[in-house]
Design a protein around this ligand. Structure first.
Ligand code: F6R
Length: 287
């Protein structure tokens, strides 16, 4: 299972460049915010505007703790000022392999609990990779085709692991990789043990979108909070582009927004410039 090769699907970078011509996008836009709740409100506003203009928008959904403030802010916003979200589509980044159906920590269950229900999305429109071992040979290819058929992801929400992983693309993942089975590092299993009764219960394998899949989304929004993420964020935003730091794949993408708190920003060398650029951002330009 772990050695399985993904079918080769040629990389197709976003055709529609969202950054207006003439604007520099050599560096990711880095937005340093006071706290997670401000980050959640900022990204939720952007997602809301996307859906208002494109009612069948395709959302790329991360799990874990980091994106929760976005989902909660969006749920609050939709409760006070409703918007038709019945046609919104979504693709989760990853799923554990071999979790019993209905396990509360399967990412299918997490996405249902944290995203589909609070936002009132249509369950059939929300996809999660199939982590059933009996389907594993075709799960990656089918997921890739479903994303392509949906027209690609409009906005991809990302967290980052302490190992630098995006999705569950652990160090060494190819920048061209597509959805496939990966083996989690022990560091990631230890980090995710907080969601399980025992560290031994954390699955060893997952099905994750590849870095190539993630890079095809039209807008990447990477969030991180806390000092534990500072090294991974510095490597992703400013480090050399290397498969040893999967987060550095974002440097290939033309439209990336990195939303982080002060602690996660603490190892960035160009912090003063990011603050300056954000403080002087034209009001007409969203994230
Ligand atoms: C989740 C995912 C992972 C997490 C990362 C950070 O779908 O793919 O990359 O974003 O492990 O997890 P948290 O947010 O729990 O720190």
């Amino acid at each position: 299972m772990p050695g399985q090769c993904a079918e080769f699907i040629p990389l197709e970078f976003p055709k529609r460049r969202l950054v207006p011509p003439g604007w520099s996008c050599l560096l990711a836009e880095v937005v340093v915010v006071e706290n997670e709740s401000v980050a959640g409100e900022l990204v939720a506003r952007s997602i809301r505007a996307l859906i208002a203009g494109k009612p069948d928008a395709v959302l790329g959904l991360a799990t874990g703790s980091t994106p929760l403030p976005i989902y909660r802010a969006l749920a609050r916003s939709l409760a006070t000022d409703p918007l038709d979200v019945s046609r919104v589509r979504g693709f989760a980044l990853d799923e554990y392999v071999g979790m019993p159906a209905g396990h509360p920590e399967s990412y299918r269950a997490v996405i249902t609990r944290e995203v589909v229900e609070p936002l009132g999305l249509t369950a059939q429109n929300i996809h999660v990779p199939n982590g059933d071992p009996s389907a594993i040979q075709t799960a990656g290819r089918e997921y890739e085709h479903a994303i392509v058929e949906a027209g690609g992801v409009d906005i991809q929400i990302l967290g980052i692991g302490r190992t630098g992983h995006l999705g569950f693309n652990e160090p060494g993942s190819s920048f061209s990789s597509t959805t496939r089975v990966k083996t989690l590092t022990e560091e990631t299993r230890a980090d995710n043990a907080r969601f399980f009764d025992s560290p031994d219960d954390v699955p060893m394998h997952c099905v994750t979108q590849g870095l190539g899949t993630v890079l095809r989304a039209r807008h990447l929004v990477l969030l991180a909070f806390g000092a534990g993420k500072a090294t991974a964020i510095a490597a992703a935003v400013e480090g050399p582009i290397t498969a040893s730091q999967p987060g550095s794949a974002i440097q290939f993408h033309p439209h990336v927004t990195v939303v982080i708190d002060e602690a996660a920003a603490s190892k960035l060398a160009n912090l003063a410039y990011y603050r300056h650029a954000w403080a002087n951002k034209p009001t007409w330009q969203g994230i």
